[in-house]
Design a protein around this ligand. Structure first.
Ligand SMILES: NC(=O)c1ccc[n+]([C@@H]2O[C@H](COP(=O)([O-])OP(=O)(O)OC[C@H]3O[C@@H](n4cnc5c(N)ncnc54)[C@H](O)[C@@H]3O)[C@@H](O)[C@H]2O)c1
Length: 285
């Protein structure tokens, strides 16, 4: 569709980590906010609309999407979990976000995908990895939900003419805390910039882009994200000396560093933890 309308942006999962960054940063870039989460916000900002709803409640989502200019869909389980939990919250939730946008006439949806949609993809021998060279090779049920998210987005572009931008987010945290994250970090500032670019790019159609900062050690190509208008300002390298002092130099043959999904795509990322229903660290170890 390519039309940016003037209504607020409906942000699902607004009470979470990335939601908090967007709620602070998007208004500074001129966006109005309608913030939806299954839990109430700790504090509602001036001018912000709050919706307390479950993203898998399609009727509530259609109501929430009415008059919005775009949907930024973050809500879900942000790490590995059981299949019933992942399939319900992440896959059904993504369907509801897209279907609500379609029914409410919202022209654009930005989806919080993940590197784990393609986690078993190997690092190229040299150079940067383009999104098109990283097919779906999910490393977990969580990764399956993100591959499915991208597939659903593609369907809603081709069948219904929406614009859908999928962000294959790396490690979105206040700062990198592992050596791997020196490559995969997406800073809070760059998260806001990337979402803003996905909201404003003229007629993106269906787009899938990596979500990382301009890290010196990154091996995911930012050409496609930059084509949307993304201009990263941060580089994890400023944290490198301190992290390497604690953790040592990375072993370049370690699958943690040779597969897109890092630890999630290793044998030690154990099924036992899932069986025991113990949460892993959020998205990135
Ligand atoms: N942080 C990262 O490094 C990272 C990396 C890749 C992808 N992502 C994706 O980005 C999104 C946001 O991640 P985050 O780090 O902010 O996670 P988070 O856990 O901090 O936030 C998720 C939010 O979704 C809400 N939520 C969960 N189930 C819901 C439901 N049924 N209905 C409505 N709201 C619901 C939670 O209450 C929470 O506020 C997730 O989809 C995650 O998979 C994050």
């Amino acid at each position: 569709m390519g039309t940016v309308t003037t209504g607020p942006v409906l942000v699902t999962g607004a009470a979470g980590l990335i939601g908090g960054w967007l709620r602070a940063g998007l208004p500074e870039r001129g966006w109005g906010l309608r913030s939806l989460d299954v839990v109430p916000l700790a504090e509602v900002r001036p001018g912000e609309e709050q919706v307390v709803a479950d993203v898998t409640d399609l009727a509530a989502m259609v109501d929430a999407a009415a008059g919005a200019s775009a949907v930024v869909h973050l809500a879900g389980i942000a790490t590995e979990s059981t299949w019933p939990a992942i399939s319900h919250t992440n896959i059904e939730g993504t369907y509801c976000a897209l279907e609500a946008a379609r029914r409410a006439g919202v022209p654009r949806v930005v989806l919080a995908s993940s590197n784990h949609a393609t986690g078993y993809t190997p690092r190229p021998a040299e150079g940067l990895l383009a999104e098109a060279d990283a097919p779906h090779r999910p490393d977990t049920y969580y990764g399956v939900s993100k591959a499915t998210m991208e597939a659903l987005g593609s369907l809603y572009v081709d069948r219904y003419g929406l614009d859908v931008v999928c962000l294959r987010i790396g490690s979105a945290f206040p700062e990198p805390t592992t050596v791997r994250q020196l490559s995969t970090w997406l800073s809070p500032t760059d998260t806001v910039g990337l979402v803003d670019a996905a909201l404003t790019a003229p007629s993106p159609g269906f787009a899938v882009v990596w979500g990382v900062s301009d890290n010196t050690r990154r091996w995911w190509d930012l050409t496609a994200a930059r084509a949307l208008g993304y201009e990263p300002v941060d580089d994890a390298e400023s944290f490198a000396a301190a992290l390497l002092e604690v953790h040592g130099q990375p072993d370049p043959t370690d699958p943690v560093h040779t597969r897109v999904g890092g630890e999630y795509a290793t044998e030690v990322f154990d099924a036992e933890r899932i069986e025991a229903r113990q949460p892993a660290a959020r998205d990135e170890p």
